[in-house]
Every structure is written in structure tokens, then in C-alpha cells.
Design a protein around this ligand. Sequence first.
Ligand code: PMP
Length: 455
Amino acid sequence: MTSTNALSNLGAIDAAHHLHPFSDMKKLNAAGTRVIDRAEGVHIFDSTGKKYLDAFAGLWCVNVGYGRREIAEAVHRQMSELPYYNSFFGTTTPPTTLLAQKIAAHAGGKLNRVFFTNSGSEASDTWFRIARVYWKALGKLEKTQVIARRNAYHGSTVAGASLGGMKWMHEQGNLPIEGIHHIGQPYWYAEGGDLSPAEFGLKVARELEQKIDELGEDRVAAFVAEPIQGAGGVIIPPETYWPEVARICRERDILLVSDEVICGFGRLGSWFGYQHYGVEPDLAPIAKGLSSGYLPIGGVMVSDRVADVMVEELGDFYHGFTYSGHPVCAAAALENLRIIEEEGLVERIRDDIGPYFAAAWKSLEDHEVVGEAESVGLMGGLQLAADKSTRRRYAKPDDIGTLVRNHCVENGLIMRATSDRMLASPAFTISRSEVDEVVDKLRKALDHLRDTVRE
Ligand code: PMP
């Protein structure tokens, strides 16, 4: 039992003992951590009792909202029956296998198999190895190079961070590892210059073709991208981008990998992000929304093309995690997917709350510090601009985003900033009035930016 004394001291204990992910610990310890100790629906509460509307669903993951008794009960039942067994030595557990079947049913088409991991980062490392063993099993020993994108996020493991295109992550730990190459991102607002979005989408897609030519088609194993870059700033690609990428991968015989860790399981109003863009990948890492973050579980969806080689040609795949397909996490995921299906949450995003959110979010474009406010489903990205008529950005974009985010948080709205972009990804259950509250509070933060910073 935690004593009341320990709870009242949590800030000091945290500073003494807890190293936080993606944090400057000196600054955090000076500012003090916020302790979140309760949540319900789309709201979280801190230890002072302050209530926040969480427009970020935890970390893009609590898609069915907080406080779902059904998931807690499914977890309790599974824990009581079988808390753990592995799937290494010719065994499986009922929820593990049934979850793989359910994922395949929603994937549609040729993605019929799943390899389970505990996280999205492990899913990145897993598909990276699968892509290489696939080509090796086919005798194409040279096909080992992987192309990814600048400003992409694929996780924090060594392969995950290498595949990601965050320079500041690469600088910590001598990354990327050998064999990973980065090309441009479809971020029209910042990098599109005088091209139309459609022209720019084609141009950056064709960087893939150029990179393949440079490396040699026979050396390239795979290309990976998020359907919409999440951590990079909710960068929504022009409509021309994905079909062109898919064409290039198909024609040049390169595996297409769609990182579905954020977009998977409904966020864009389709079960998977690749369905929204009308393409079909060969491999697709998943995590987050698979269990709505109630327990850690991820995986890689594997197409028949790749799986058939793994099954028929490879022999042993020397890869796996103690908790691959953990039965309790799988039970949580199964219950989460049941909720999404029975409450029609994907359809709700496509037909109802998604369009409502899109209109409300777009309405912020009339604000003088907003360059553009775009969304797909329940994923919104808002570009701050010092001069919207010329697409000029603020001189210190990171500070500007932080200023707006902090104003939101002080006013009870959890919102994230990536540099000078504001990001929203609320739970699928968010109501219309809660969407209005998100937009109203964000508008007040934008007013604050306009009134305090002049450039
Ligand atoms: N891929 C994408 C697209 C992500 O957004 C994330 C996490 N934000 C990851 C991979 C890594 O997932 P995890 O944090 O579960 O390791």
C-alpha cells in the first residue's frame, strides 16, 4: 500500500528516482511533475483535483476513452484464468490467436498474419528484420537497404530511432545504424515553395524513385512511412503522394511498409490509414489503438506475399519477445476492438464526429496566427504562422508551439505541440460539445500568442 505521506510527496520522490522519457530532467525537476491519478471518458484529473480535457488521448492511444470497465473486467478474467504463457515452443493462448484473427479480418485483402510485440518501437525492429529475412530467403542477399523519411517517427529502439528521421535523436547514440537512408517528407506548408500541394506531393514521392536509383533497385528492401506523420506534427500528405509511393514500390519491387501505430484501428475514419489512402502495404507495424493503451501490445501485420516466404522458405525466424502475444494484453485488445466494433466508432469518425471535428478545426483558419488547420478523421494538425499571406513561420517555432500548448494546459486542455504545429488526436468517443471546447480553448491560446508575440 502506498502511504498518504508518500502520495503527498510524490513530486519529490519522482525527482529523486524517476527518469522520464523524452524529458530534460533538470528542467522537469525544477518545474515539478504533474501527477495524473484519475480519468474518465475524455477527461483526466491531476492530484490537485484539476480536470483537463485530454485532446490527445494519452499519447494517441486511449481511443475508446478512459474508464472502460469492460476492458478492466476482461483483463481480470484473463489474469485469473491464465496470466501468462509464451508462444515460442509450439504453444499459443486463446486470446492471442483470436486477436490475430480479428486484426486480419479488419486489415482486409492480403494482410492475414500478425507477429506480436509489446510496443510500436519493437514493431519497427521486427518488420525491419522481417524485410531483410524475406529478401534473403528469396536469395536476394543484397536487398538490405531501407528508405525512410526525414521528420518521421518510428520509435526509440535502435532500429526504430534510426528509421525515424529526427536528427536530434540520431545525435544521441550514433544513429542511424547502417543501411537506412532518409528522403524528404510531404510537408507542403514548410517545404512546398511555389508548387501546388498536388505537385509537391508528386515531387517528394519521386524522391523515393531517385533514392532507389541511387542505391540500386537490387539493394533496396523496403520503404517505410506513416500514413500521416504523427509526432512529426500531424503532417497530412497531399492526395497525390501515397498513390505515387505505392506505384514506385510496386514497379521497383520494394516492400511498402505503412506504420499504422497511430493511424491504425480507426483514427482516420477507416480501420487502417493505408485504407484511407487507397494503398495496400506489405508490412504494417501496429500498437497504441490496438488496446487503446490499456495494456502494452503491438505487432506487425504481414501480407501473404511476405508471410508465405516466412512460412514456406525461412525455417526458424530467430526473433521474438517474452511477452509477444501476452494473453492478458491480447484479452484487453480483443475487448477494445469489440467496443470499437459494437459502438461503431470507426463509422462514427467517418460519418459524424470526424466531419464535425474537421469543420470546427478548420474554423480556426480565420485566426491571424493560423497558417492552416487540417484534419483527417480525428487527427488534426494546425500550423502557426507569423504571416499567413506568405506562409512565413515564427523565428523561434519551438518556443511558439510551447507557448500555445502551455496556455491550453493551464486552461484545462491537453494538447501537444511539435515545433510550431498544434496536434490533436482525441478519443473516438469525444462529444460535439467537447470538440467545441477543444476549439474554443485553443482559440484563446491563439489569441494569447497574437497578443504577446509580434514578429
Ligand atoms: N511508430 C509511430 C508512428 C509512433 O507514433 C510511435 C509512438 N509514438 C511508434 C512507432 C513507437 O511506438 P512505442 O512508443 O509504442 O514504442
